[in-house]
Design a protein around this ligand. Structure first.
Ligand code: HEM
Ligand code: HEM
Length: 221
């Protein structure tokens, strides 16, 4: 059964079937919020809660209020706060995993013309086989390929993130875990790159020849 059944009106008039299904719109905005949340936790831990810098602030503030603590004690306080922020990171991470699974299920149960794979195949066919509207289909193919790269990155983040979260229960060696953490950290930069390209692309499209795409992602189109 399709996640979004066409109404009778839609079934009789395929042209009014929405460009973006409600499931995709729901996924898109929650996914964006979750990723921004994850990035904020990383930002907090790599700036405000950097042990070396923040420990001396804690030490000075404690001294001003009449308590003397060693730099190691101050560092322990900062580490404890940082661990709390990582806990939040992991909770949001689990939410992102659930959203990823939801996105996969959506792809299987959507109406054919709303499926990502259908749109990708269409752009591929137009560009490589029919060789018509080459400029439009080339643009479409590039955009969709960037989305495929993003989905692959998301898969990597989900797998490496889950491995880190369940580190104690997995039979992985220390050096493998170290590599997994490095991959997880590195892919963040690629995701940041995607977000920049995506936002720039959406703003340019909205200003030029695809006016209303943002509202299409809100109300379906
Ligand atoms: C962390 C932030 C974001 C991520 C990770 C993200 C990711 C994505 C992905 C993967 C798609 C393709 C969906 C599909 O067809 O399967 C998409 C489409 C889209 N996104 Fe985002 N997005 C983000 C933020 C935003 C924001 C802030 C806006 C609005 C300003 C936006 C506007 C759109 C639009 C209009 C589309 C449809 C474009 C098209 O038809 O090619 N996105 N986004
Ligand atoms: C776009 C999504 C994500 C981004 C940008 C992101 C980013 C990061 C970064 C930069 C680190 C630090 C890595 C290091 O120290 O080298 C980290 C750690 C971690 N992430 Fe993620 N992450 C994401 C998704 C997830 C997901 C889906 C999970 C799964 C639950 C997850 C779980 C973890 C865990 C358990 C750690 C280790 C925390 C610690 O050191 O105590 N992350 N993440």
């Amino acid at each position: 059964m399709a996640l979004i059944e066409p109404t009778k009106l839609e079934a009789d008039n395929p042209s009014i079937i929405k460009k973006n299904s409600s499931a995709i719109r729901f996924w898109h905005w929650l996914n964006a919020i979750a990723i921004i949340g994850l990035l904020i936790t990383v930002l907090i831990n790599s700036t405000v809660l950097k042990p070396r810098k923040t420990a001396s602030i804690v030490q000075t503030e404690m001294k001003n209020s009449g308590t003397t603590v060693t730099i190691d004690q101050a560092r322990n306080v900062v580490n404890a706060l940082s661990d709390k922020v990582w806990e939040i990171h992991v909770y949001i991470g689990f939410f992102l995993v659930a959203l990823f699974v939801f996105r996969l299920i959506t792809e299987f149960f959507q109406l054919t013309e709303q499926k990502f794979i259908t749109r990708f195949k269409k752009a591929w066919k137009l560009f490589f086989i029919i060789k018509q509207q080459r400029e439009v289909s080339k643009h479409e193919l590039v955009v969709k390929s960037i989305y495929i790269i993003f989905y692959c990155l998301l898969l990597i983040m989900v797998c490496t993130g889950l491995s880190l979260a369940f580190e104690d229960n997995l039979p992985f060696s220390k050096s493998l875990m170290h590599n997994i953490k490095d991959i997880h950290g590195f892919c963040m930069y690629l995701i940041l790159g995607f977000i920049c390209v995506h936002l720039a692309g959406v703003i340019m499209a909205e200003r030029k020849d695809s006016k209303g795409i943002v509202s299409d992602m809100i109300n379906g189109g």
